[in-house]
Design a binder for this molecule. Structure first.
Ligand code: FAD
Length: 415
C-alpha cells in the first residue's frame, strides 16, 4: 500500500522536473505535489482536470515506468516517487466532490462519434466552452477501451461513471447504442444542424495472424474476448499469441475466468514486448507462463502448431526467423490472438469524403481536420493502436481547432 503523503514528501521538487517533461501531457507534477502537501486537494484536482480531463484514468493506466516514474531523479539512487498514486487520489476526489456548472449555451451543436478517451476529452473541452455537445456511442457503456478492453481488475468502472456524471453536469447529451455510419450518416448530422463532427472511433478490427485454422471454434481474437469474457468457455489450457497490453489483459482475464494454464507465446524476447514491465510482471505473478522465441504456424483441432524462432540481422536490422524443422504441436483448449488492431471504418465506408491512409486510419492534418469540411478526428482511429494519454493529448489539440473552426462558421453566419 503506497503512502501518498510520504511519496509527496519524497519528491525533490526539481527545478527542471524530468517527470513533467517526460509526461506526454506535461502534467505540472511539482506544482500538484506542493498543493497536495499543503492540503489544497481541490485546487490540485482542478489543475489536473483542466490539463487532462482523464487524469483519474491516466493515473492508473499510463505506462508510468516510461514517463513520470521512469524519469524521476530520486529513482536514480532510491525508489522513484509514485506520483500516479497521488494523482489518482486527488483526481478521484475531485470528480466525486465537484459538481460542474453548466455554462451558458452558445447554441452551436457539435456531434462526437465515439466515447473513448479521445471523444470524452473533446466533449469535456467543447461543453466547457458552451457548445451543445451530443455523444453518439455504438455500445451501451461509455468509455471505449476503458469499458470494453481494459479489465475491471485494472480499471474500476466507477471512475468512468464519475466522468459520465461530470459530463451530464455540463449538459452533454449521451446517446448510447447509437452507431453512426450506416443509417445515421455524417450528412444527416449536418442536415440536422450539427455544425461540426468529431470522429474518435478507435481501432476495433483485430489484425489476423494469417495462418491456417485461425477461424476454428477454439480460436478467438483477444479484443473480442475482452468485451465479454464471462460468456466464453475457453477450457483449462489457453495460449495467447502476442505480447502487448491486450495480450497481458487477455491472459490475466482468462486466468481469472477459470483457465488453469495460460501461456503467452511470443516470437521475440521479454525486452521486445510492447506491454509494460509492470504488466508483464503482474501477469507472471498471477501464474501466466511465457513461451518466448515461439511463433504460431497453424491452428489445429488439438491446439496450435508453434515453431521456434531466432533473431537474425537483415540489412543491418534485427528481425526474427523461424528455425527450420522446429515446428511442434502444443496441445491446448483455446487460442487468443492479440496482434494489434485496425479501424472498423464503418463511417468511412458509408460516407463519402473522409479519406483514409493505406492502413485504413483516418487521414488528418496535425490539427485533426479530415478531408471532409467540418469533420475532425483523432485518437486510435488516426494514430493506430496507441495509448490513452496519446488519445487525450491529440484530442486537446483537435478540440481547440474545432473551436477555431466553429467560431469562423459562426462569424460567417453573422455577416
Ligand atoms: P476507443 O477507446 O477505442 O473508443 C472508441 C469508441 O468509439 C468506442 O466506444 C466505440 O464503441 C465507439 N465507436 C466506434 N465506431 C463507432 C460508430 N460508428 N458510431 C458510434 N460509436 C462508435 N492504453 C494505455 O494508455 N494504457 C493501458 O494500460 C492500455 N491497455 C489497453 C488494453 C486493451 C485491451 C486495449 C485494447 C487497449 C489498451 N490501451 C491502453 C490503449 C488505449 O486504450 C487506446 O489507445 C485508447 O482507448 C484510444 O482511445 P480512442 O478514444 O481513440 O478509442
Amino acid at each position: 500500500m503506497i503512502n501518498n503523503l510520504q511519496e509527496a514528501q519524497n519528491c525533490l521538487l526539481c527545478k527542471k522536473p524530468r517527470c513533467q517533461t517526460n509526461c506526454p501531457i506535461n502534467t505540472p507534477i511539482p506544482q500538484v505535489i506542493e498543493l497536495y502537501k499543503n492540503g489544497e486537494i481541490e485546487k490540485a484536482g482542478e489543475i489536473l482536470f483542466n490539463n487532462n480531463p482523464l487524469s483519474v484514468i491516466c493515473a492508473i493506466v499510463c505506462p508510468h515506468e516510461r514517463q513520470c516514474r521512469g524519469n524521476c531523479i530520486r529513482g536514480i539512487k532510491k525508489e522513484p516517487v509514485h506520483f500516479h498514486s497521488i494523482e489518482e487520489e486527488i483526481s478521484a476526489k475531485y470528480l466525486e466532490t465537484t459538481k460542474f456548472e453548466k455554462p451558458e449555451s452558445n447554441g452551436i451543436k457539435v456531434a462526437i462519434i465515439g466515447s473513448g478517451p479521445a471523444g470524452l476529452t473533446v466533449a469535456f473541452d467543447l461543453a466547457k466552452r458552451g457548445y451543445d455537445v451530443t455523444i453518439f456511442e455504438k455500445n451501451e457503456r461509455i468509455g471505449g477501451v476503458l469499458a470494453y478492453g481494459i479489465p475491471e481488475f485494472r480499471l474500476p468502472r466507477k471512475l468512468i461513471d464519475l466522468l459520465v456524471a461530470r459530463l451530464l453536469d455540463l449538459g452533454v447529451k449521451i446517446k448510447i447504442n447509437s452507431i453512426v455510419g450506416p443509417v445515421v450518416t455524417l450528412n444527416k448530422l449536418f442536415k440536422d444542424g450539427y455544425k461540426s463532427i468529431f470522429i474518435g472511433t478507435g481501432v476495433w478490427n483485430p489484425k489476423r495472424l494469417d495462418i491456417k485454422g485461425e477461424t476454428f471454434g477454439h480460436s478467438h481474437y483477444a479484443i473480442d474476448y475482452l468485451k465479454s469474457p464471462q460468456y466464453y468457455s475457453l477450457g483449462k489450457k489457453v495460449v495467447v499469441i502476442g505480447a502487448g497490453n491486450v495480450a497481458m489483459d487477455a491472459a490475466r482475464t482468462a486466468k481469472r475466468n477459470g483457465a488453469e494454464e495460460v501461456y503467452i507465446a511470443y516470437r521475440r524476447n521479454f525486452e521486445d514486448m510492447t506491454a509494460t514491465k509492470h504488466e508483464i510482471s503482474e501477469a507472471q505473478n498471477e501464474g501466466v507462463l511465457f513461451k518466448t522465441f515461439e511463433a504460431p504456424v497453424e491452428v489445429v483441432d488439438e491446439g496450435i502448431i508453434l515453431a521456434r524462432t531466432e533473431k537474425v540481422e537483415v540489412d543491418g536490422r534485427s528481425s526474427v526467423s523461424i528455425v527450420p524443422d522446429s515446428e511442434y504441436l502444443f496441445e491446448c483448449d483455446s487460442i487468443l490472438i492479440a496482434v494489434s488492431q485496425a479501424p472498423k471504418n464503418t463511417i468511412v465506408v458509408n460516407n463519402k469524403g473522409v479519406d483514409t491512409t493505406k492502413r485504413g486510419h483516418i487521414e488528418t492534418d496535425e490539427k485533426g481536420h479530415t478531408t471532409k469540411e467540418g469533420v475532425f478526428a483523432c485518437g486510435d482511429v488516426v494514430l493506430g493502436a496507441s495509448t490513452v494519454i496519446q488519445a487525450v493529448n491529440s484530442a486537446k489539440i483537435v478540440s481547440e481547432s474545432m473551436h477555431e473552426y466553429l467560431q469562423e462558421v459562426a462569424e460567417e453566419a453573422a455577416i
